[in-house]
Ligand binder design. Structure first.
Ligand code: NCD
Length: 306
């Protein structure tokens, strides 16, 4: 039985197959409409979510299955003191697969060790968010045609932004990817990503503060929200929250084919006037998230569709 804790749990070849499957699902949804008839996904969300939880549930329903779960720790037995290990033992009796989001780094991993069904990490604290990375990879590959030889700017809260951590880990496995890390001093990428992932991989990367300086050279701009819930101090958040605002004027500095991605939710970091720019791909990205989660459910449940 396989779980998904990090994007590295799949080899590059397996990832290619998963993305191919997601593209086939996009083209032929009816072929997959009953692939998971009678199966259930449990979504155990101890932290807020809109896209991730609903896209997992939609993904299972699109495959003919059903979904059950909870959307906050308060409404689960966690509020009575139950451990994630006990909760997953119980949920294993109700569902065939589970997606878990938790504020504590490593909680889905602890759950997976006690589970008799596949567990998917749907975001653990400021650590990893592998299914957002699958979504990002599918979006990039579908819209750009390839994952190698791209210059990607990652902008915003690189310290707490788990989607950025997972995406960097995944992209260093492709040739010729260059990284421009755009953040205020206080929200720089954690050392373990800079040293153990970026430096260790030998990929070209640089850290800059001004978005304007980075924009002209980018093939992709991955914007992120300042992660309010991870700050210890409200004043620090208030000082940082509007550090970057991508607007029409700044978009003029970018290449005509640069894509703007964002895992969403967006707060102020992308002005709504950018939404109508053909380079804005963040809402298309959400749709890819459903296809890739369908592909992931089929893969982890070992369901073959001919
Ligand atoms: C992201 C997350 O939860 O880390 N959201 C998502 O799942 N698409 C990004 C964020 O919350 O800023």
């Amino acid at each position: 039985m396989r779980h998904l804790m990090s994007p590295l749990d799949f080899s590059v070849e397996e990832l290619d197959q998963l993305l191919d499957l997601a593209n086939d699902i996009e083209k032929n949804p009816e072929k997959y409409a009953h692939a998971c008839d009678g199966k259930k996904i449990a979504t155990l969300f101890y932290e807020p979510s809109t896209r991730t939880r609903l896209s997992f549930e939609a993904a299972m329903m699109n495959l003919g299955g059903k979904a059950l779960g909870f959307s906050s720790a308060d409404s689960s037995s966690a509020s009575k003191g139950e451990s994630v290990a006990d909760t997953i033992r119980v949920v294993s009796c109700f569902a065939d697969i589970c997606a878990m989001r938790h504020p504590k780094e490593g909680a889905p991993l602890v759950a997976s060790l006690a589970s008799s069904i596949p567990v998917i990490n749907a975001g653990d604290g400021g650590h990893q968010h592998p299914t957002q990375t699958l979504t990002d990879l599918l979006t990039i590959r579908s819209l750009k045609g390839h994952l190698d030889n791209i210059t990607i700017g990652l902008c915003g809260d690189l310290k707490f932004g788990r989607t950025v951590h997972s995406l960097i880990e995944a992209l260093v496995r492709y040739e010729g990817v260059k990284f421009v890390l755009i953040s205020p001093e206080e929200l720089r990428i954690p050392d373990y990503i800079r040293d153990d992932v970026l430096k260790a991989s030998g990929h070209e990367f640089k850290e800059v503060i001004r978005l304007e300086d980075a924009l002209p050279e980018l093939d992709l701009l991955y914007m992120t929200r300042v992660q309010k819930e991870r700050f210890f101090n409200e004043d620090d958040y208030v000082r940082m929250k509007d550090f970057y605002i991508l607007d029409k004027e700044k978009m003029q500095l970018a290449r005509p084919d640069m894509l703007v991605l964002h895992p969403l939710p967006r707060v102020n970091e992308i002005s709504v006037e950018v939404d109508s720019d053909p380079r804005a791909a963040y809402f298309r990205q959400v749709q890819y998230g459903v296809y890739v989660r369908m592909a992931l459910i089929l893969t982890l449940l070992e369901v073959e569709v001919c």
